[in-house]
Each structure stands twice: as structure tokens, then as C-alpha cells.
Write a protein of this length. Structure first.
Length: 439
């Protein structure tokens, strides 16, 4: 314990600020982008943050040697932040950095931005040319008076009207857009103007393009400025101070007394001494009181079928409303599991073999079962990505389970890890019901 105490006294004020921001980013599962020494972007997620190191789960290859500086860019409290640490260890899917000593603002626009919910329906169309070139359509992720971030849903060749592949090489930074049309912005009319691409990123099969609006259009963008000011505060000049959260004890002493069920067997045993007075003839009449005792038990037994029947009907109704998503490659195993769950009464069993199919079904899923994953991402990496986007429980099935996998699953928020092969039996159904809150 003395060793831990000495370590907590070491961090400087700058390190305490870095810890506060990184711990909060891990808690809310903030989007993280790692930049290697050559400036390449790698999608990542925070797995563990300590006073000495930062552990990340990465979804790509990092071109860096031990001791080289790697930057972390993440979004928290409406700010784009940057911290730089030195590489300590690099393994497949995992990267460990020294705790950065400082954190700084990394805003590209230097203007407050408003995030838009996809349900608000704000969309944008961006064309590099009116008669030829590339056309992008998609939803607006965030917007400011100086630009926007477009989540591209579809790309096409303007001349042939044919679809184009959504990849990071589709648009290059600095490419101009002759026409940008903004539609369905809250409390804003239809806006048309020009701009230029300032940032291009592809994460999990989703292409995001940052676009800066052309200068001199402040009058046209007045409604956008009003929208942003109503949702976001001004960008600070420096990183705002932040204090570390106190870790709450996870002990649950209330569960201990619940497990003490000893009084019932004691009462059952106290009823056994009654046969002792049987030798005398007089007590022979006393066994008559024994029947009244089981009378309430008989009534309870009679009521039990009614309650169980009522409970089973309610359970079936709840199962019909629950949505389960199976992230598994197509095949007999997936078909067998889907049929097994459907026969048990679950009315919404969805399947996904690709990342696109998974993202389409993810919003309505109340439980995700990952067995093999999808074509683009598998195993713990996929489960970690799902937990970043969804609060619902995620179950992970793996053929080989070791301590490193279990630790990574716990830190990523995976509800439970199953060892393959697993049986489709009553225990499996009880497991599903427990994580859905039906048990």
C-alpha cells in the first residue's frame, strides 16, 4: 500500500490534468484517434488509464518504434483535445504509451460547433463539379459558422451517376467543392454555398469529411451561427481545468444478508420434535393440529401455478419485444442460434455478417452476441467498437480464452465471455434472460 501511496504523490499538476481528461474520456468511451510519427490516423479506444501509462485498443497498424512520440486526439466536453506520449509497447490490436505530460486544444476551426443528432435529419450534398467530378451525400455530424463534418452515406460519379467506393482516398484534403447544399438544419432555411475539404477520415467503414465554408458568407450563415450559439459555448483559449473523479467503492454489502436462508431449515427441524410425545395415548389426539399447518402451504401451492402461468405469459410478451443482434458469419451455427432464440419466443432476432449490416441494426439492439464477428472486424475489437456506440450488454464467444482476453473484455465493458463450443440449452437461455433483465 505504501508503494501506491508514493505513486499517487508523484504526478505534477500537468499530469493530473491529463489524467482527469483521459479518465473521463475512458468513462464516456470518447472517440480517440492515434497519430503515428508520420501523421497517419489510426482509430483507437481507451482500455486503461493509470498514473504511468495509457493502454489503447487499436484498429489498424501503427508505424512507430519504441520511444517514438504518438499523439492521441479525442473529443470531450465539446472540445477537440490532443495529448502526446511515447510508445512503450506495441502488440497486435494493443498499444501502450507513457502517460502524456501535457494536453492541449487541437481545434481545427477555432470556432464553437454544434453536434446534431442523426434523428434531426440534417443532411448535406457536396459536389466537386456540377457536370463532372464526385458527389457526396450524408448526414451532418456537427457544424460551425466556418464548416461542418459530413458523415458520407453515398458517393457517386456526377457525370455517370454511378456509385463510388467509400474509402479514405475518395476525396483528398484541399479539394474544392463547387456546391454544398445544407438541408433540414434546425431552424435554418436551405443554404447553398461553396467550400473545400480540410479533413478526411475513415473509421469502421464510415467515411467522414471535414469541409470549410468559403469566406465572406457570414450573412448567409447567420441562422447557422444562431443554431451553434444556442447549443455550444465559445472555444476557450486554453484547456479548462478539470479535477479527477473519486473512485467509488464497488463493494455491495447488501447482498450478504440476502444469501442467509438458514432460518427456514431451522423452522423445518423444530417441527420434527413433535413425534416425541407420541408414546403416551393422550398426545395421539394432538396430531390433529398438524393438518392446519400444511393448510396454508397447500393454498400457496395452489396459488403458485397461477402466478407462474401469469409470469410466463408476461415473460413471453417481454421476449417478443426484445431485440437481439447476432454478429456472426453466415452459416449453420448462426442459423441454429437464430432459430433457437426465435423458438424460445424472442420476436426480434437480427443477424449481421458485415459491418454495414451491423451498424444498420445496432440502434434498436438490446443485446449483441458476438461469435466470430463480421467480415471487417472480429472478436474483442468488434465488441469494443459496439460498446463505444451502444450501452446494451455485449456477449463475446471465443474458442480460446486467456487472462489477457478476459481483462480486455472487462475493461471494454463486455458483459460476459463464453467459451466455444457452447450448448444451446436451458442454461444458455437463462444467460440471455439475465442480461436482458428478464430473469
Amino acid at each position: 500500500m505504501a508503494m501506491f501511496g508514493s505513486k499517487k504523490a508523484k504526478p505534477s499538476e500537468g499530469s493530473e490534468l491529463v489524467l482527469a481528461y483521459l479518465e473521463d474520456a475512458q468513462r464516456v468511451r470518447a472517440t480517440v484517434i492515434a497519430l503515428d510519427p508520420k501523421g497517419r490516423e489510426i482509430p483507437a479506444s481507451l482500455v486503461a488509464v493509470t498514473e504511468e501509462r495509457v493502454t489503447l485498443s487499436i484498429q489498424g497498424r501503427v508505424m512507430a518504434e519504441k520511444g517514438e512520440a504518438v499523439s492521441l486526439i479525442f473529443f470531450l466536453d465539446g472540445l477537440r483535445l490532443k495529448a502526446k506520449g511515447r510508445l512503450q509497447e506495441l502488440k497486435t490490436g494493443t498499444m501502450i504509451l507513457e502517460l502524456p505530460t501535457a494536453i492541449e486544444l487541437a481545434e481545427r476551426r477555432r470556432q464553437p460547433r454544434a453536434r446534431l443528432n442523426q434523428r434531426e435529419g440534417a443532411t448535406a450534398i457536396a459536389l466537386t463539379g456540377l457536370f463532372e467530378g464526385i458527389g457526396l451525400t450524408g448526414s451532418i455530424d456537427n457544424i460551425s459558422e466556418g464548416g461542418l463534418c459530413l458523415k458520407v452515406g453515398r458517393a457517386m460519379n456526377v457525370k455517370t451517376q454511378g456509385p463510388m467506393h467509400l474509402g479514405p482516398n475518395l476525396i483528398s484534403v484541399g479539394e474544392p467543392f463547387m456546391l454544398i447544399k445544407l438541408s433540414k438544419l434546425p431552424k435554418c432555411p436551405l443554404i447553398e454555398l461553396a467550400g473545400v475539404a480540410t479533413h478526411v477520415a475513415s473509421e469502421g467503414g464510415i467515411l467522414s469529411v471535414g469541409i470549410a465554408f468559403e469566406a465572406g458568407k457570414s450573412g448567409l450563415l447567420g441562422p447557422v451561427k444562431a443554431l451553434v450559439s444556442s447549443r455550444a459555448s465559445a472555444i476557450p483559449a486554453t484547456v479548462p481545468p478539470k479535477a479527477r473523479r473519486l473512485q467509488e467503492p464497488k463493494a455491495e454489502p447488501g447482498e450478504a444478508p440476502i444469501e442467509l436462508a438458514s432460518p427456514r431449515p431451522v423452522q423445518a427441524k423444530t417441527s420434527e420434535p413433535t413425534p416425541a410425545p407420541e408414546p403416551p395415548p393422550a398426545p395421539s389426539a394432538e396430531p390433529a393440529p398438524a393438518p392446519p399447518a400444511p393448510a396454508p402451504e397447500a393454498q400457496a401451492a395452489a396459488e403458485a401455478p397461477e402466478l407462474s402461468a401469469r409470469g410466463s405469459a408476461l415473460l413471453r410478451m417481454k421476449k417478443r419485444a426484445r431485440s437481439i443482434l447476432l454478429a456472426m458469419p453466415s452459416g449453420p451455427d448462426r442459423d441454429a442460434l437464430a432459430v433457437f432464440l426465435s423458438l424460445d419466443g424472442y420476436g426480434k432476432v437480427r443477424v449481421a455478417a458485415t459491418l454495414t449490416e451491423l451498424l444498420e441494426c445496432l440502434e434498436e439492439a438490446q443485446l449483441v452476441f458476438v461469435d466470430g464477428g463480421v467480415a471487417e472486424l472480429q472478436g474483442l475489437a468488434l465488441a469494443t467498437l459496439i460498446r463505444q456506440r451502444l450501452e446494451a450488454p455485449v456477449l463475446l464467444a471465443e474458442a480460446s480464452v486467456d487472462s489477457e482476453l478476459v481483462l480486455g473484455a472487462q475493461e471494454s465493458g463486455v458483459a460476459q465471455v463464453l467459451v466455444k463450443p457452447y450448448d444451446l440449452d436451458e442454461d444458455f437461455l437463462n444467460l440471455i434472460e439475465g442480461h436482458l433483465g428478464l430473469a
